[in-house]
Design a protein around this ligand. Sequence first.
Ligand code: CTP
Length: 398
Amino acid sequence: MLQQKKIILGVTGGIAAYKCAQLVRLLIKEGAEVKVVMTKSGCDFITPKTLSVLSKNEVILDFFDSNNNWNNHVHLAEWADLFLIAPLTANTLSKMASGACDNILLATYLSAKITTTVVAPAMDLDMYKHETTKLNLEKIKSFGNLIIPAENGELASGLSGEGRMAEPEHIVDFLKNHFASQMPLHGKKVLVNAGPTYEAIDPVRFIGNRSSGKMGIAIAESFARKGAAVTLVLGPTHLVPSGSSIKLKRVESAEQMFKSCTEEFDSCDIVVCSAAVADYQPKTVSSSKIKKNEGLLNLELIKTTDVLSELGKLKKQQCLVGFALETDNLQAYAEQKLKKKNLDIIIANSASEEGSGFSGDTNKVTILDRHNKITNFELKKKTEVAEDIVNYIVDFIK
Ligand code: CTP
C-alpha cells in the first residue's frame, strides 16, 4: 500500500525520535520513498546521518544546506504524497496551531497545500493531558491534519500512562489504512472469474478451450490496485495473478466454477464473469480410460450450468458484468446477452478480429450497459483493456 508513496518524515525534539530509525526502515521496506526534515532539537535525539543512510536521502535541517543552497520547502511539500511528523512535541504542536514558522519543518508544513499531514504526538503524561495540548490537537485536527493518538505505557520520565509516540509499526499501519481509504474501490468486494473450464471425458481426457485467463486476471489485478477486496475464481491455466492481495480459488469444471462463484456472490458489490466456461459437458464421465476401437466414438454432451445467467437470477445490489465473445453480429448478440442474463454491463469482443480474443496479449472491446450506452475502444494490450473496463465499472457504480 505504500509502494512508491512519497513521504516526508518531520522529526522534532522528543526522546521518541530514536524510534525514527525503525520507522524509516519500515517505510522503505514497504516501498515508500522517504525524505527527512528535522528540527535542531530533533538532532539532539537521533543523528541526521542515521536517518540519511536509512532514508537514502540527504536530511534537510535548515533553509540552506551546507553549500549555501536554498532548501526549497515549497517544492519539498509539493513532492510529497504525505507529511508525517513523528514525534510531534508540544512545542511544534503549538507552533502548528498558531502558524509560527521558525524552522524548515514548519515552513514545509505551512507549504503543504495538498499533502495530508499526519502527526504522532509524543509527550510526557501531564503535558499530553494538558488543556492547551488538547486544544491545540483539536485545532490542528480542524485544519484537516490527521492525528495518531499517543499510546499508553512507560514514559521517559519514569511515569506511566498516555504520551508515548505510537509504535513505528502502528504508524505504518495507520498510513497504509489512510492510503487504502483514499482508493476508489476501498471497502468494495469484487468477484472475477477467468480462464477456461475442463469437462472430464474420462480420467485422462477432457473437453476444454483455448482461453488463457489473461483478460480476467488483468481485470482482477486492476480492481486490487484500486483498493477492492478481490476474489478470483480461476479455471485451469498456468497463469496466476501478481500480488498477494487477491484471494485465489482454483477450479476445473463448469460445475466447480458455478459452485465457487455462488458461494461468494451474495457479499459482493461487483461481479465480472470473464471465464470461458464450457457450454457442454459429457453426459457421463467414464471412470476408466476409454480404449480405442475400430468404430466411431460418440460422446453425448449435455449443457453445463450458465454461471452468469444463474448469477443474474440471484442478483440484488451487485453490479454484474459479463463478456460476449462473438464471431459475427457482435453488438446485436451482446445486447441480447445483456438483457437475457440480467446484466448491468457487457464487454463484447470479437473472436475473429485480428488481435482480439482468447490467447493473445491484445484485445479490442465494445462496452454496452443497461442504459443503452455503447462505447468502442481501440485495440490495446489486455492490461490496458482491463484498466478501461475497471474504470468504466467504477464510473458506472458512482
Ligand atoms: N458464461 C457462463 N457460463 C456458461 C457460459 C457462459 O458464465 N456456461 C458466461 C461467460 O463467462 C460470459 C458470458 O456468459 O461472461 C457469455 O459467454 P459466451 O461464450 O460469449 O456466450 P454464451 O452465453 O455461452 O452463448 P454462445 O456461446 O451461444 O454465444
